[in-house]
Write a protein that binds this ligand. Structure first.
Ligand SMILES: NC(=O)c1ccc[n+]([C@@H]2O[C@H](COP(=O)([O-])OP(=O)(O)OC[C@H]3O[C@@H](n4cnc5c(N)ncnc54)[C@H](OP(=O)(O)O)[C@@H]3O)[C@@H](O)[C@H]2O)c1
Length: 304
């Protein structure tokens, strides 16, 4: 580790159930390919490059990884890369995975898992990661229908010891209440960032009040989603970035962490320089004036 590198410890900690993590983590969706993720014709990333990013993340104190069995390209899978780079796993490493969506062997989206298929998806993650239990499993949801049956199926797997803690993803406050009536929920993982889903603000606050971690995704990519950063940055983000001498991506991450102590970042990248910058963003402190300026950009999106 270079002496000047800022580590993930600078972002502070949060306890997921009984697992303590640094608030800057790492999302692995970008690792299996370069360019767009989750597409059948994705271009596989160089294996050594992906492994180097994972090892550097952990070396810099990242101890919260986000993954899924459906993060794969024709030749690489995120879980397999994690296993190869990091096993045997450090005791403090928390690997969060998600179940629900499915892709067939050629990478096309398949039908979401129902209650009966979820066990198979959990076991697939266990096999790929080489573990006997999963630290945190998010039920990833599409739409607003009841999740009681599916979440109930995961709660049974938690009781059976295959899963330590449960979360939910792409969900509403109603889903959270429904899940909490069945089993404890340690995290909500939803898309959120500056000028990105401002309608989530109340849900972010609600999670904070209930001690549930809010884990935003696409905080940097924003509307680019699985295709990565595509849109122009709002002037306010550029102004604050210039003042700190950092990239807009770092301001985006710092802003999410400033929304509350329960906010956990999981930026994704296949670039070592971006990785170090994203981890360093956990040390950025934004002034009240800067937060007010960024709020202007965020509110503008709410009014658009
Ligand atoms: N629950 C869900 O439904 C769901 C959905 C999507 C994603 N996720 C999780 O959330 C994680 C985060 O989402 P994400 O990876 O898609 O998006 P992201 O973290 O918002 O942004 C990643 C994109 O930004 C670029 N980037 C990253 N750091 C940068 C920097 N410092 N400067 C400039 N560009 C930078 C990356 O390209 P480079 O590789 O060139 O850096 C990539 O294109 C994923 O990895 C995944 O684990 C969950």
């Amino acid at each position: 580790m270079t002496s000047e590198a800022i580590t993930a410890a600078a972002s502070g900690t949060w306890v997921l159930g009984d697992l303590t993590v640094h608030r800057i983590g790492f999302g692995t969706m970008r690792l299996p390919q370069t360019g767009a993720a989750l597409v059948p014709d994705a271009v596989p990333r160089d294996r050594a490059e992906a492994i180097a990013v994972l090892r550097r993340a952990v070396e810099l104190g990242v101890n919260h990884l986000d993954t899924a069995a459906f993060y794969f390209s024709p030749l690489r899978s995120a879980n397999e890369l994690i296993n190869q780079a990091l096993a045997p796993y450090a005791d403090d490493l928390v690997i969060t995975t998600k179940v629900g969506p499915a892709r067939d062997a050629s990478g096309h989206w398949a039908t979401h898992a129902g209650p009966k298929e979820l066990r198979g998806q959990v076991e697939e993650n266990l096999r790929q990661l080489g573990r006997d239990h999963l630290d945190v499993v998010n039920l990833r949801v599409l739409g607003t229908a009841s999740i009681a049956e599916r979440f109930g199926a995961l709660a049974e797997l938690r009781e059976a010891g295959l899963i330590r803690h449960l979360g939910i993803s792409n969900v509403t406050p109603e889903h959270l209440a429904e899940a909490q009536a069945i089993a404890p929920v340690v995290c909500v993982q939803n898309p959120y960032g500056i000028a990105m889903r401002p309608e989530q603000d109340d849900f972010v606050r609600l999670c904070g009040e209930q001690g549930v971690a809010f884990v935003p995704f696409y905080s940097i990519a924003a509307t680019g989603g699985q295709y990565g950063t595509t849109a122009a940055e709002p002037d306010e983000v550029l102004t604050v970035a210039r003042a700190h001498g950092v990239s807009p991506a770092e301001i985006r991450l710092a802003w999410t962490l400033h929304r509350g102590p329960h906010m956990l970042a999981i930026p994704g990248t296949g670039d070592l320089g971006h990785l170090e910058a994203n981890i360093a963003a956990g040390a950025l402190r934004l002034s009240d004036a800067e937060l007010a300026l960024l709020e202007t950009a965020h509110r503008r999106a709410a009014e658009a």
